[in-house]
Design a protein. Structure first.
Length: 227
């Protein structure tokens, strides 16, 4: 178990180092040597977990959710909002998430498949919007696949704009403004009236998700100990 824990810690240290280097230097300019120096690990330790710089970048892209999820909400539009504001809060507070987003949007990262996060976000939004439609939360004209693409694409653009103008400091307000413009065109007004779009919502959902993750991990540990 100690060996396994050590391997997990080493992998995490490598990812955190890669996040710092990728965020500062960009994918093309970053080198394995810089990441090794930042992580303080051997080349063998790095290649045990990641076969190349590309695999390391893909590993970082896979870490965007960090195990944090929004609990199911009775109102699926609130769940859509909570998914977006949770990620917004984490983007403002986590270097690993910021680096992952930079990789996703880095058009100079030739040879790197950056489609994964877009596909995952698109599928998640489509699923939630279909549920919202089944519950009668959406206006009759809405095509959920189109709305999902608009949400994902416009959110990516708002992220890039906020990064360029304020290093994400104003991202919460920009996201709230984006949702206040898009949602009235797809959501029934009586439903939208009950949805919390406040700029403080992201921090609240983050704390809730952290508590739920800690409780789930504690339950797993107890189950392993009992077994």
């Amino acid at each position: 178990m100690a060996k396994q824990d050590r391997a997990i810690r080493t992998r995490q240290a490598i990812l955190e180092a890669a996040a710092k280097v990728f965020e500062e230097r960009g994918y093309q300019a970053a080198t394995i040597s810089e990441i090794l120096t930042e992580a303080g690990v051997t080349k063998g330790a790095l290649y045990f977990h990641f076969q190349s710089k590309e695999h390391l970048a893909l590993g970082l892209l896979d870490e965007q959710d960090e195990g944090l999820t929004v609990p199911e909400r009775p109102c699926k539009i609130q769940e859509v909002v909570d998914v977006i504001v949770l990620f917004t809060h984490r983007l403002q507070t986590s270097q690993m998430v910021r680096a992952s987003v930079h990789l996703t949007l880095d058009q100079q990262a030739s040879g790197l498949d950056r489609s994964g996060p877009f596909l995952a976000w698109g599928e998640m939004m489509r699923s939630l919007l279909r549920q919202a439609q089944q519950q009668g939360e959406l206006l009759p004209h809405v095509v959920t696949d189109e709305t999902a693409d608009v949400l994902v694409g416009s959110y990516a653009g708002i992220q890039a704009m906020s990064h360029a103008l304020s290093s994400y400091r104003d991202l919460g307000q920009r996201v709230t403004t984006l949702l206040r413009h898009i949602l009235p065109s797809v959501v029934i007004s009586s439903v939208l009236a009950s949805v919390d779009l406040s700029t403080e919502r992201g921090a609240y959902v983050y704390d809730e998700a952290k508590r739920n993750l800690a409780e789930a991990q504690a339950t797993d540990e107890l189950a392993k100990a009992a077994g």
